[in-house]
Structures are given as C-alpha cells and as structure tokens.
Design a binder for this molecule. Structure first.
Ligand code: ADP
Ligand code: MG
Length: 226
C-alpha cells in the first residue's frame, strides 16, 4: 500500500509539472516543424538524411508532449455510461493497420449483455492504445493478441490483453508505470504511467501477469458500481 501511495504522489507531481510545460513546448514545436519543411524544400544539396533525423526527433518530442498532455487535462474529463465493447473495438480498429504490418492478429472475445460502464471513454481508449501498442511492439515476428472483455464478478469488469511477446521479468514488473521507465531505444516510458493513472482515476486496478519468453497479460479491472 505504501508503495502504491508513493507511486500515486509521484504521478500527481508529474501531472502538475506536465500541465505547466507541455502547452509551452507545443507552439515553438509547430513553428520548428513548419520552418524545417520550408528549408527542406528550398536547399539544393541533398540533406535528406539530416532532415529525416530532424523530423523523426521532432515527432519523438511530440509524442512525449502528447502523452504528458493527457495527464495534464483532468479538468476536461467527462464521465458517462458507455458500452465497453464499443470502446475496445474502436481502439482495436485504430491499431489494426499497425498490427497487420508486423503480422499480428488481434482477437476480441466479449461476453454478451455486459452492463454499461461509467467512464471517460477517450481516456480508456488511451489506455487500451498504450497497452495494445506495447503488445504489438513485443511481437515483431507476428502472432496473436487476445483481448477478453468479461464480467469479473457482481460489480467489476475485467479486460485482459494477452500477448505472446518477450515477457517481463518479475523485478521489472515493479518498474512498469514509473515515469520514463523504458527498455526501448525509441521509447518514452510514459505510456504505462499515463495508463495506470487513468485506471486509478476510474477506481480500477491493473495487474500484470508475465512469463519470460512466453508473453504477458495485462488485466484491467474496472468497477461497475458508480
Ligand atoms: P514505452 O513503450 O515507450 O517503452 P511504456 O510505459 O509503454 O513505455 O512501457 C514501459 C516498458 O514496459 C517498456 O519499455 C517495456 O520494457 C515494458 N513493457 C510494457 N508492456 C510490455 C509487454 N506487453 N511485454 C513486455 N514488456 C512490456
Ligand atoms: Mg508504450
């Protein structure tokens, strides 16, 4: 519990910091991108290698800012009763192109007649995007991702996302959700932090089950009672 409290304090501080700087960085970024495009169009020599690096580094900054902004927007949150199946389906459609590119198939299994869930659908989509993206990214050789949506009990829903990727060692599972924890060369280490924060705000929990070399399952529990 102490560990959880500490994590939550860190998240709040990060969220407040984010609110301050994220907006400030957005505007100069837009200007930079515009001028670099202009420059690329007007220089005579072939500097395409440099331009590619500049453009990809700029997108990287942008994705960090975007993930921060999600944290920094708690005022705009609008909760309502929604169909969880639709939210999950729409998210999977968003990521389908990326999955197909690496031969990954996402299979959805939804229990029938699930009750509506009181939630912020855009934020939940953000969670599923982050978790599914991670799942796709650990399966470069392709394979199947199973998404299961069902009733866990009287008053909870369970959404499970199972991949057949690298898995995560026991000691590293604890580090998931820490700001900037990443093992990827081009990672931000913010996706899970944002996701954990959103699930926490929905009074839900995330549990991670993993076996190295076999794969990982993210179990997301959300309360049905309002
Ligand atoms: P990023 O994807 O930018 O690295 P995340 O917060 O999304 O940041 O994930 C943090 C780290 O958690 C990843 O770099 C990876 O090491 C680990 N991780 C997350 N999801 C999985 C998964 N499905 N399988 C294996 N490792 C994972
Ligand atoms: Mg990620």
């Amino acid at each position: 519990l102490e560990e959880q409290l500490r994590k939550s304090d860190t998240l709040n501080v990060v969220g407040e910091l984010a609110a301050g700087i994220a907006h400030e960085i957005r505007n100069p970024m837009t200007a930079l991108k515009g001028f670099i495009q202009l420059l690329e169009g007007s220089v005579k020599e072939d500097f395409s290698m440099y331009f590619n690096v500049i453009t990809s580094e700029l997108s990287r900054i942008e994705s960090i800012i975007t993930e921060f902004l999600i944290l920094a927007r708690p005022q705009a949150i609008q909760y309502s009763n929604k169909d969880i199946g639709t939210i999950v389906k729409e998210t999977m459609e968003l990521l389908n192109a990326q999955a197909i590119l690496v031969n990954v198939q996402m299979k959805l299994n939804i229990e029938e007649n699930l009750p509506l869930l009181f939630c912020e659908p855009n934020q939940l989509k953000q969670v599923f995007i982050n978790v599914l993206k991670n799942a796709i990214e650990v399966m470069p050789g392709g394979g199947q991702i199973d998404v299961t949506v069902k009733r866990k009990n009287e008053d909870q829903l369970l959404i499970s996302i199972r991949d057949r990727g690298s898995g995560i060692s026991q000691d590293k599972i604890k580090r998931l959700g820490q700001p900037f924890y990443t093992t990827k060369e081009r990672g931000t280490g913010l996706g899970l932090m944002v996701s954990y924060k959103i699930i926490e705000e929905h009074q839900g929990q995330v549990e991670v089950e993993s076996e190295e070399g076999k794969g990982t399952t993210f179990h997301i529990t959300l309360p049905l009672t309002q």
